[in-house]
Design a protein around this ligand. Structure first.
Ligand code: NDP
Length: 270
């Protein structure tokens, strides 16, 4: 289990934590870190398409916990680009008895880079664009809404929603039109949610340039040569951020719980 020793005795409560894109990369690390910080008998719902990788992660969590907390870990194999995948995930959450938890934590982490080898003028096919938005924007909204409906406001239940964001939500990167659009839209979804539901804690967290599969794709496939060189240089100079370090900062934000709801917080600001 990730060692977040500096957190002392603080915890995330007896939680139901839903993490999308938990099969690898940042989501996998977040699942291990959350498992360290929740109270006994908390429930983790790990969501992705690659069920074997989810099962391996479940084994790792159960082994490292060594029966101390008796965490309940469910793997949900779901393609979040599709309506059925979103519905399946919401149904899995609905199976959990709301009265036994005091914290609902949704971490919207799943995402894709889209085709970064091409420039804006090449995206003439709305079907292609819609496919991208379906996973990266629509499913995030629908999944969050479905789960929040299943766990309505009640005394003693804290509800927290995290959007794994990016600098791309704020800044235009040439040849990254899909990714930048998706991240900007996602941030706005959660800003609106924060404005509408003051009792829900909402955070857009930009994790920094992480050493993951997605980062490798950015390094090798970006159509914009300046970007491609800058990602390669970060990689070769060892300047990428580890998932553990970034995840630990997110965990600290969640434990401190004093960010303004709906805020966009960047790894480098912390
Ligand atoms: P990875 O590509 O390494 O992992 C993506 C995760 O999303 C995988 O677990 C994958 O699981 C899941 N996923 C992808 N498509 C689907 C789908 N259709 N249905 C369900 N799950 C899916 O990405 P990272 O770990 O790097 O990124 C995680 C988050 O962090 C993303 O939102 C990304 O935009 C953001 N981010 C990443 C940065 C970076 O430098 N890497 C920088 C800033 C933000 P599976 O394939 O099994 O379905």
């Amino acid at each position: 289990m990730e060692d977040i020793t500096t957190e002392g005795n603080r915890d995330l409560g007896k939680a139901l934590c839903i993490i999308t894109g938990a099969s690898r990369g940042f989501g996998r690390t977040l699942a291990l870190q959350v498992a360290c910080l929740v109270k006994p008998q908390s429930v983790l719902l790990l969501v992705a398409r690659s069920v074997e990788q989810l099962k391996e992660l479940r084994e790792d969590i159960v082994t490292l916990d060594a029966g101390q907390k008796r965490l309940v870990v469910h793997c949900v194999q779901a393609d979040l680009e599709k309506k059925e995948g979103v519905e399946k995930t919401v149904r899995a959450a609905q199976q959990i008895d709301s009265s036994v938890i005091d914290h609902l934590l949704i971490i919207n982490n799943a995402g894709s880079l889209g085709d970064v080898s091409r420039f804006t003028l090449s995206f003439t096919d709305p079907v292609e664009v819609n496919h991208y938005l379906s996973l990266n924007v629509s499913s995030t909204l629908s999944l969050t809404a479905g789960v929040l409906q299943a766990f309505p406001r009640r005394m003693g239940l804290q509800r927290t929603v995290v959007n794994i964001s990016s600098l791309c939500a704020l800044k235009a990167f040439p040849s990254w039109v899909l990714y930048c659009t998706g991240k900007a839209a996602r941030d706005m979804i959660f800003r609106v949610l924060a404005a509408e539901e003051p009792d829900i804690r909402v955070l857009n967290y930009a994790p920094g340039p992480l050493d993951t599969d997605m980062q490798a794709e950015a390094r090798y496939r970006s159509g914009n040569m300046k970007l491609r060189c800058s990602f390669s240089s970060m990689f070769f100079k060892g300047q990428l951020v580890s998932c553990q370090e970034s995840g630990a900062k997110l965990m600290r934000l969640l434990l401190d719980n004093d960010y303004p709801s709906g805020a966009h917080v960047d790894f480098f600001e912390l």
